[in-house]
Design a protein. Structure first.
Length: 144
């Protein structure tokens, strides 16, 4: 095999590699964190204030996860009797699996069934309002 054949083989291999990379890159799916990314970015300061409100509570929101029974229990502060809000479960690698639960407290706590949720990493975002004041709490969740 002479040097010109080797150059042609190298060139064809390089072209095949570039075509494979272009095809692989074009078949990737890119999901935004939310569909209304720019609108939520403008409201981010309100989320910062709500997070500060949650940190300033005398008794903070506590989140207990029991993987044996696949439940999550949110314990709200006792001074917050009338609470309205939602819990968002955000899946970083697949937006189709995101889940939203409306808060319906009994005795100051909310129990959420995690049985139907996929294994892996989740981000739990709790947004609630009590007496006209917004609150926000975020924490990670790993379902084994």
């Amino acid at each position: 095999m002479n040097w010109s054949t080797r150059i042609i083989i190298l060139y064809v291999g390089f072209v095949a590699l570039i075509l494979a990379l272009v095809f692989g890159a074009s078949s990737q799916t890119f999901q935004l964190v939310t569909e209304d990314y720019y609108a939520e970015e403008l409201d981010y300061q309100a989320q910062i204030y709500a997070s500060q409100n949650a940190q300033e509570l005398a008794t903070p929101l506590t989140v207990y996860t029991d993987m044996a029974t696949k439940t999550m229990i949110l314990h709200f502060p006792p001074e917050q009797v009338s609470v309205q809000g939602e819990v968002n479960f955000y899946r970083p690698d697949n937006a189709d699996q995101d889940k939203q639960v409306v808060l319906r407290m009994t005795n100051g706590q909310q129990e959420i069934n995690l049985a139907g949720m996929a294994r892996g990493r989740w981000i739990t975002k709790v947004r609630w309002e009590s007496e006209g004041k917004p609150f926000f709490h975020e924490e990670g969740l790993f379902i084994p």
